[in-house]
Design a protein around this ligand. Structure first.
Ligand code: FMN
Ligand code: SF4
Ligand code: SF4
Length: 265
């Protein structure tokens, strides 16, 4: 079974296509995470966890969910990471999660997708051609990943250097505290009170008051579900997101539109 979380659709696409190529099912974990539903998940086929990369690692809320949820049946656990080009120490943490779950770690695959993190000015906006190129390349890689999983092979991700662990493990908690606050989220008059931001937030940080979203607490995962999925682009993060194009995989799905059903490996 393919398990996934996806904020803007990159990981969802990979997960669903992998499931299709494997004749398996794909389970969106968003609702289970939101509901803190840690009931066991059963699968006769290998488990494949598909996750975006947040600050060099899989989302912490997803890792915490997987730590608490028993995976029953098949003991093989694969990981597929969808990042903007650098998966950091994700594979290391995947192996760690497999050990905690008493499962066989079967390696991980890295997919470079369009970067969706707009609440940060460190990265230039990608041109449409580059977005399309990344999606096309990722799509071509799915058969290879599915073939390896089908034949029980180990997936091979990038090598992780010791210095990456030494920097990322202590640095990330500080980053989350200082750079992933919620106080800079605000909403414009364009808001149509559809409630999508509230429904999509995996951490239930958002509530609607008087029909408008309010961000509660101090920090969040900065997953970008709320800001990127707002149908009228009413959400901003400080001044950083002003004028920035919003990203959703589905806006570019024409790149991989296919006739009939998909590949079988
Ligand atoms: C908070 C946050 C942090 C991110 N950190 C990284 C990173 O460290 N390396 C990277 O290559 N991409 C990073 N990204 C980009 C996403 O991993 C990438 O766009 C991913 O494909 C999004 O998947 P989704 O569409 O399924 O949500 C980050 C995105 C967010 C929202
Ligand atoms: S998703 Fe956008 S339009 Fe809908 S309630 Fe949230 S801010 Fe308003
Ligand atoms: S508030 Fe928005 S960015 Fe933060 S976790 Fe919720 S959906 Fe993601």
């Amino acid at each position: 079974m393919v398990l996934y979380f996806s904020a803007t659709g990159n990981t969802r696409y990979i997960a669903r296509e992998l499931a299709r190529a494997l004749d398996d099912s794909a389970l969106d974990l968003r609702e289970k995470i939101r509901d803190k539903d840690y009931s066991p998940i059963c699968s006769e086929k290998p488990f494949v966890v598909c996750a975006p990369v947040y600050v060099c690692e899989p989302p912490r809320f997803l890792a915490a969910f997987l730590r608490k949820t028993e995976l029953r049946g098949n003991r093989d656990l694969y990981f597929v990471f969808s990042s903007g080009g650098y998966s950091g120490i994700s594979a290391y943490l995947g192996r760690w999660l497999a050990r905690k779950q008493h499962m066989r770690y079967k390696g991980s695959a890295d997919y470079t997708m369009p970067r969706n993190y707009i609440a940060n000015n460190s990265y230039p906006e990608l041109k449409t051609e580059e977005i399309e190129r990344r999606i096309r390349l990722a799509d071509q890689k799915i058969s290879e990943t599915a073939g390896a999983i089908r034949s029980g092979e180990r997936l091979k991700s990038r090598h992780i250097w010791l210095w990456e662990l030494a920097v990322t493990l202590p640095f990330n908690p500080v980053w989350y505290r200082l750079r992933q606050g919620v106080k800079d989220f605000h909403v414009s008059d364009a808001c149509i009170s559809c409630g999508s931001c509230e429904r999509l937030c995996p951490l239930r940080v958002i509530s609607l008051r008087g029909g408008k979203p309010v961000w509660n607490g101090h920090s969040c995962a900065h997953c970008m579900s709320c800001i990127q999925n707002c149908p009228v682009d009413a959400i901003e993060y400080g001044k950083i997101t002003a004028g920035k194009k919003r990203y959703l995989f589905q806006k570019y799905s024409y790149v991989v539109a296919k006739e009939g059903t998909r590949r079988k490996t």
